[in-house]
Design a protein around this ligand. Structure first.
Ligand SMILES: Nc1ncnc2c1ncn2[C@@H]1O[C@H](COP(=O)(O)OP(=O)(O)OP(=O)(O)O)[C@@H](O)[C@H]1O
Ligand SMILES: [Mg+2]
Length: 326
């Protein structure tokens, strides 16, 4: 484990967050969490009503780290090839030409993923996990960094194919932008729009770091952040408790523990540390674990939600006071 320059890395993260929040109005902690997911090389699932700034946020993130961005609107008739790409026959020279789909990008926004049919969902989720695309027997590596933000609509629509649990499990965090938190924010959004004088303020956004530097930060998060045994035990206890909770039918898997670990290392870096604290775990536990739980049917009827279950668990598990910082 290399010693890292935490101050310098924090400064880079601060610049990214400031660049995003220069346009996006809302919770800075949410922006930190999205950045944490990206730094941890994980994908994010958004559940929100329309028009709350998800497309804006995704583009701002992509462009501020000098990355390519593409967006796919999922529909009930979308095919895997519409996202992955396909081979097209060129009669002129008698060969097949590879037509790369929108998945060949750095930041991919999949809007309303739960409207796409199961075959397309599983094709995409496979790419997310394996970071490679197979088109007619030929395998291509995804670009690096590669980060998927998928949105699903909470409103009951016709023609929805809910994501199966195994696929939801692939998202490192599930987040929601939510509505503006105050009248001030509401006004600021409108005022910013007047300042921009155009609908897409992201078009000439200057990046604050290069995609290569961002990849470097991802490596630091993966390799150089210390997590004390006591903190690991804390993660394990929280995750085990999700399986013992009386309202839970199926608890979080070890993939849940790993997601929480990875996101926490990234949050540590954002906060200017080279070690994870129990507070990092607490900050991310709900977003990293709630979507992995399946509640018992009778409790779903009582409208107890998964996020509440994780909050209860966090209150029940004692927070380690003494842990090593390195
Ligand atoms: N928090 C916000 N800060 C700044 N602008 C915002 C915010 N929320 C929404 N907007 C503005 O409102 C418009 C709609 O936002 P956007 O397209 O990002 O929403 P969305 O969540 O992607 O919606 P949909 O679910 O329909 O795709 C954009 O012009 C965006 O600039
Ligand atoms: Mg959108």
């Amino acid at each position: 484990m290399k010693r890292i320059d935490s101050k310098k890395i924090k400064a880079a993260c601060d610049r990214i967050i400031a660049r995003i929040c220069g346009t996006y109005v809302g919770d800075e902690q949410l922006v930190e969490k999205i950045l944490a997911a990206a730094l941890a090389n994980g994908h994010v699932l958004f559940e929100d009503n329309p028009g709350l700034g998800k497309t804006l946020l995704s583009k701002l993130l992509a462009f501020s780290i000098d990355c390519k961005f593409s967006r796919v609107q999922c529909t009930p008739d979308i095919l895997p090839a519409d996202i992955l790409g396909t081979k097209v026959w060129r009669p002129n020279d008698g060969s097949f030409e590879l037509f790369k789909g929108p998945v060949f990008t750095n930041v991919l926004l999949l809007d309303e993923i739960n409207r796409s049919p199961p075959k397309t969902q599983s094709a995409v989720l496979e790419v997310m996990e394996e970071r490679q695309v197979t088109i007619e027997g030929e395998t291509h590596r995804c670009e690096e960094p590669f980060f998927v933000l998928a949105t699903q609509n909470p409103i009951e629509y016709e023609g929805r194919y809910p994501l199966p649990e195994a696929q939801i499990d692939r998202f490192i965090l599930k987040l929601s932008t939510g509505y503006p938190r105050s009248l001030e924010e509401e006004k600021l959004i409108v005022n910013r729009r007047i300042e921009w004088k155009k609908d897409d303020p992201t078009r000439d956004l200057e990046p604050v770091i290069s995609a290569r530097e961002f990849k470097g930060l991802q490596k630091v998060v993966e390799n150089d952040i210390y997590v004390d045994d006591v903190v690991i035990k804390y993660i394990a206890e929280i995750v085990r408790k999700t399986r013992e909770h009386q309202q839970v039918e199926v608890g979080a898997s070890p993939r849940g523990s790993l997601a929480l670990l990875k996101a926490s290392r990234a949050l540590a870096v954002i906060k200017g540390r080279d070690f994870v604290t129990p507070d990092d775990i607490k900050t991310l536990a709900v977003d990293a674990l709630a979507h992995r739980l399946i509640l018992k049917v009778e409790d779903v009827m009582r409208l107890i939600d998964e996020r509440k279950v994780i909050k209860q668990i966090l209150e029940a598990v004692s927070v380690p006071k003494y842990y090593r910082e390195r």
